[in-house]
Design a binder for this molecule. Structure first.
Ligand code: EPZ
Length: 426
């Protein structure tokens, strides 16, 4: 089991370049099977989730290769449209292959993606939409956990999403781009990663209108062609490093930052007292004094404050001068970090009925051995460790590697005293 050791107290200084976006790369990798040809994805992050998606592409018969941070995919040949159970168990985003396999092959077999530590994460919005697009699904396997979907032809339809689900919006688009007729998605997700998927598909010849708004229209086309595409930088990695600077009273320039995707995060960081200066895609962030609290911060669908930044902000507010409240409105169990932060001396109450954390700032956190329960929670514990007195050991950090190319490399280059530890199971 891998772990990360942080010795707190170092102020982060210097410059760091932000990696390509994980949550843009994953749906676009699923989309590469639609053009039956070549996709060249530049600025693609080399992270576990991307490597898992590439493994699925190869299981499906595609050829892939890397040249630096450019991923090449040749999807000319496709074998059976089956995504293995092992692949789905490792990563729920493999569900995005359901839409693209239906789009290309008119059938797909995939295991039901389980929940994870942040919530049940059902796929009812996805399946309800496919049913309306002329798709039949049957469930097989021991506890009906294998989904087999098929269609004679995807037929465009009006889809009303009860919640602006990112994955459901993306899966509907993936199924619709080669379908017949027009698919209109009402209450579509507006996240930048949905827009980025649309940008990739439009560059490959798809007809998609309204990307970035709550109303997206897809006109089916006969085929897509080869495409070269450069991924944006990762807004959550950028936000994570900004909160690390805030917690460590540092002064850092983030390069290649997707500033236009970070409005809500920058607004909250300014609200707690950070100085932030923006020049093109560089953000200089510094914090000299004790941070101010925030009352009534709540996670929202884009362009609201992102749920993927909730854990990181929680770590920072543990040290603010006064009481803060954070409402988690997107996932039902995304406050696992509270139990870990308490081991470090944080003063946090949980109102489970409202899914709300009430944080009373303390003068200091103390290093402890804590556990990473999920990708962003683990990164948030690194942030707490940077601010704490003494040594913090974050256990089970493989999930951090799912989304961060090398968090230890990046933060140690900024002066943090941080390293990976391989713990031999006793
Ligand atoms: C995407 O997950 C992101 N993952 C998540 O980032 C992010 O937290 C989430 O969007 C919200 O922004 C990727 O892009 C790979 P949703 P997704 O469908 O698509 C409920 C990270 O750390 N729901 O928008 O799974 C669901 O349970 C990850 O990078 C249904 O009820 O999120 C949740 O409560 C974590 N039925 C809410 O909607 C459905 O069919 C939002 O989920 C689908 C979703």
């Amino acid at each position: 089991m891998s772990s990360i050791e942080v010795i707190g107290g170092m102020r982060l200084k210097g410059e760091v370049k932000i990696q390509g976006s994980k949550n843009a790369a994953l749906p676009i990798i699923a989309a590469t099977i639609l053009n039956k040809g070549i996709s060249v994805l530049k600025n693609c992050p080399k992270i576990l989730d991307v490597l898992h998606m590439i493994k699925i592409l190869e299981e499906l018969g595609c050829e892939t290769s890397w040249e630096g941070d450019t991923l090449y995919v040749d999807s000319t040949t496709l074998l059976d449209p089956i995504v293995s159970e092992e692949s789905v168990r490792k990563m729920r985003s493999s569900i995005l292959f359901l839409g693209s396999l239906l789009g290309r092959c008119h059938e797909a077999t995939i295991a039901y993606p389980g929940g994870c530590s942040i919530g049940k994460r059902p796929i009812d919005y996805h399946l309800n939409a496919f049913r309306k697009m002329n798709v039949e699904e049957t469930f097989t396997g021991s506890d009906n956990h294998i989904i087999y979907c098929r269609t004679n032809q995807i037929i465009g339809n009006d889809i009303f999403l009860e919640f602006p689900s990112v994955g459901a919006t993306q899966n509907i688009i993936l199924a619709a781009v080669l379908g017949s007729g027009v698919t209109r998605i009402f209450n579509a997700a507006r996240e930048p990663e949905v827009t980025e998927l649309c940008n990739y598909l439009i560059k490959a010849g798809a007809k998609i209108y309204g990307r970035g708004t709550s109303f997206i229209k897809v006109e089916g086309v006969q085929s897509l062609h080869d495409v070269e595409f450069t991924l944006s930088s990762d807004r959550i990695v950028a936000g994570t490093y900004m909160t690390a600077v805030a917690a460590s009273y540092g002064d850092v320039v983030l390069r290649a930052t997707p500033v236009r995707h970070l409005d809500s995060v920058i607004r909250q960081l300014k609200r707690i007292g950070c100085n932030i200066a923006i020049t093109e895609d560089n953000v200089r962030i510094s914090n000299q004094g004790r941070l101010q609290p925030i009352v009534g911060l709540s996670t929202q669908p884009y362009p609201g404050f992102p749920t993927d930044m909730q854990s990181q902000m929680l770590s920072v507010l543990c040290l603010a001068e006064g009481q803060s409240t954070i409402l988690e409105e997107i996932f039902e169990s995304r406050f696992q970090n509270v139990y870990e932060l308490r081991k470090m001396g944080a003063n946090i109450e949980l109102d489970t009925r409202q899914n709300k954390a009430i944080v009373t700032g303390v003068d200091k956190l103390t290093g402890a051995t804590v556990k990473s329960h999920d990708l962003r929670g683990g990164a948030a514990l690194v942030i707490a460790g940077l601010a704490a007195e003494g040594k913090t050991i974050i256990q089970d950090t493989t999930n951090i590697d799912r989304g961060y190319e090398d968090i230890c490399r990046d933060l140690s280059e900024l002066g943090a005293n941080i390293r990976y530890r391989i713990e031999i199971a006793s």
